[in-house]
Each structure stands twice: as structure tokens, then as C-alpha cells.
Design a protein around this ligand. Structure first.
Ligand SMILES: Nc1ncnc2c1ncn2[C@@H]1O[C@H](COP(=O)(O)OP(=O)(O)OP(=O)(O)O)[C@@H](O)[C@H]1O
Length: 329
């Protein structure tokens, strides 16, 4: 449903002062993607990784500098108007106006896609029902909660029944219940046969919502697969050790070479700067913990905390890039 080869885009960032020269930002550096019909496909990466730029190219809002793409059977470069008819796009900030109601917005959006008045009214009222918005349908959008407004945004994105829906960071700023409701709406669209391409920098969102995930960093894909298959790459368990300040280098030194240890990162359990800790990738966490405690005791180091975790998508990102998504700028 979405196929891309070598898609790329650079921006010239203008000089701030005369003495400075213009610089080129390679926002997307050749991306190959293949998204099947009816999939929820996640595009996961830290801020500035190139997610929005990729999405905006696929949604025909900016022209790629190179590469090719076909979306819902139409060619992105040769026939962007046809691509536009077959897709829906919901931008990060959404598209609702304060002083219009959800019903008015939906009817207007349907009319803009050339749908007749009677049918537009019918589609609006069907959408209000399926997105659970009927109770506030005729109030101004300015009175809606963040979650209600987000549901209106998504309803606007699918009013013309597109084959593919692009969502840019759909749950930013939402509280946990609203977030779950938005996930439910996205899953419902999948059961109706829609293909959904969603960008996110939330690890749990990619993990819980998406059938497949591509992880992007510095404009390139660093890993791709189902959340489960990506996590399986990181064999074994993760043990997070919180340590007294100033002891992590000595603790790492003491543990290096232990037979049960696959890899070791100097990183506090919360990822916060200034805190000491280790992230240990081990074969079997329950067996490794007593052994590592003995080794640390032998080096006169008493950990503050020890936690056992299953690998997360952040561990996949860490393994591929040496950095954490959660700790990236
Ligand atoms: N119009 C522009 N002019 C110059 N640089 C740009 C422009 N748009 C994006 N960039 C740069 O391209 C890179 C990728 O940006 P992009 O917005 O695609 O990232 P993102 O992964 O969507 O990040 P975020 O989650 O913060 O939105 C960044 O370095 C950004 O500063």
C-alpha cells in the first residue's frame, strides 16, 4: 500500500548572520519502506530524526529531492493529485478551528472533497457516532478536551474514506485515557481495512499499537520489523542497576568479563543525567542478579536499586545507535 525507494529530502537552513554560511540539513537520507494493506505501521524515532519530513513527503505536502514512492497504487512524483485523493493526513497540531463545531468541520471537509450536501451531512453524523463525538457535535471545538479534539482531527482525516491514513504524533499531550481512546479509534480504522502510517517518539505507543515499526535516526532507518521480532534481537534480559554517585566506572570495571554478561552500558535506571547506574544485558536475569551482586560486593560497591526488565524498543534503538530514544534531545 506504501512503497518507497531511496526517498530523500534536504533543507537549506538560512544563515543567521552575514558571516555565517548556509548549511544543508539532510533531513531524510534515502528511505526504503514497504507497508502492507491494513497494517498499522509505526515510524519511531527521537525528535529531529526525520519523521515529519518523511510523512509530509508521502502526504504530497513537500516534494522529495530524490527517490520514488507509490501510495495506494498512485505514483507520488508523477501523480500527486491522485495520491492526495486516496490518502488522509492529520498534522501534529490538527486542523480544527476554535469557533466551529465538529459537525460543521466534518461537513465542510466532506464538501471540500466534492461530496454532495446530503451525503456530507450523513457522513458527518456517521463519523460523529463512530468517533464517539455525538454529545458535543454542535458545540464549538474550543470547548473540547484535548482527546475529543484529537478524535475530531482523525475523523476529519478519514471523512472521504481514504485507503491510507497518515497520522503525525497523534497522541502528543494527551492524558492516558484519551491516549487509549485514540489507539482504539486507530485499531477500529484498521478493522475497517484502512492502512495507517503513524509517526511517534513514544516507545510504548509503537510497541502497543503498531503491527510493524521502522526505527528512524538521523534521516535513515536503523531497524524494521514487528515490535516482538525487534525485541527478540536483544536476546535475554536487561538488569538495571542504580549505584551510589561516582561508583559506576568502578562497578563496570568489576563486572566486565563476567561470563553471563552480553553487554554493559553506563546508564542510570531512569536515564537521568548525574545519576549513576548500569544497564546490563544478560542471558538470564534471575540467575545473573545474585552473581553480579557478589561481584559488586567484592569491589566494595553496594547498589541502591536492582531491577529486572524485558528488552524494550529503546534497547533496540540503543543497540543500533548507542543512544536512547528517551534520552535523545
Ligand atoms: N523547513 C526546514 N528547514 C530547515 N530544516 C528543517 C526543516 N524542516 C525540518 N528540518 C530539519 O530536518 C530534520 C528532521 O526534522 P523532522 O521535523 O522531520 O523530524 P521529526 O523526526 O519529525 O522530529 P519531531 O519529532 O521533533 O517533529 C531536523 O534536523 C529539522 O531541524
Amino acid at each position: 500500500m506504501i512503497e518507497t525507494q531511496g526517498l530523500r529530502k534536504s533543507f537549506q537552513s538560512r544563515k543567521r548572520r552575514r558571516a555565517e554560511s548556509d548549511t544543508t540539513v539532510d533531513a531524510v537520507r534515502g528511505i526504503d519502506l514497504s507497508v502492507g494493506a491494513g497494517e498499522i505501521f509505526g515510524f519511531l524515532g527521537p525528535n529531529g530524526a526525520g519523521k515529519t519530513t518523511t510523512l509530509r513527503m508521502l502526504a504530497t505536502l513537500i516534494r522529495p529531492d530524490g527517490g520514488e514512492a507509490r501510495i495506494a497504487g498512485a505514483d507520488l512524483l508523477a501523480d500527486p493529485a491522485e495520491v492526495r485523493r486516496r490518502i488522509g493526513y492529520v498534522a501534529q497540531g490538527g486542523g480544527t478551528t476554535d469557533n466551529a463545531s465538529a459537525r460543521e468541520e466534518l461537513v465542510l471537509q466532506a464538501r471540500m472533497y466534492g461530496i454532495g450536501k446530503a451525503q456530507a451531512l450523513q457522513r458527518a453524523s456517521d463519523a460523529l457516532k463512530s468517533f464517539d463525538l455525538t454529545d458535543y457535535a454542535d458545540r464549538h471545538c474550543s470547548t473540547y478536551s484535548g482527546g475529543q479534539r484529537r478524535r475530531v482531527d482523525i475523523a476529519l482525516g478519514v471523512i472521504h474514506e481514504p485507503k491510507v491514513l497518515f497520522l503525525d504524533e497523534p497522541t502528543v499531550g494527551l492524558d492516558p485515557p484519551s491516549r487509549s481512546q485514540v489507539w482504539e479509534e486507530i485499531r477500529r480504522l484498521r478493522t475497517e481495512g484502512m492502512t495507517v502510517f503513524v509517526t511517534t517518539h513514544y516507545l510504548d505507543e509503537a510497541d502497543a499499537l503498531c503491527d510493524r515499526v521502522a526505527i528512524i535516526d538521523h534521516g535513515g532507518i536503523v531497524a524494521e520489523g514487528t515490535p516482538e521480532s525487534l525485541k527478540r534481537e536483544i536476546a535475554g534480559d536487561v538488569v538495571l542497576v542504580g549505584l551510589p554517585t561516582g561508583t559506576s566506572a568502578a562497578a563496570a570495571e568489576a563486572l566486565r568479563g563476567e561470563p553471563y554478561l552480553h553487554r554493559l552500558e553506563l546508564r542510570s535506571p531512569t536515564g537521568a543525567e548525574g545519576e549513576d547506574g548500569l544497564r546490563l544485558y544478560v542471558e538470564n536475569g534471575a540467575a545473573a542478579i545474585p552473581q553480579l551482586l557478589r561481584t559488586l560486593e567484592g569491589a566494595d560497591i553496594l547498589p541502591d536499586t536492582v531491577q529486572l526488565q524485558r528488552p524494550s524498543l529503546d534497547d533496540v534503538f540503543l543497540a543500533r545507535t548507542g543512544r536512547s530514544i528517551a534520552g535523545s534531545p
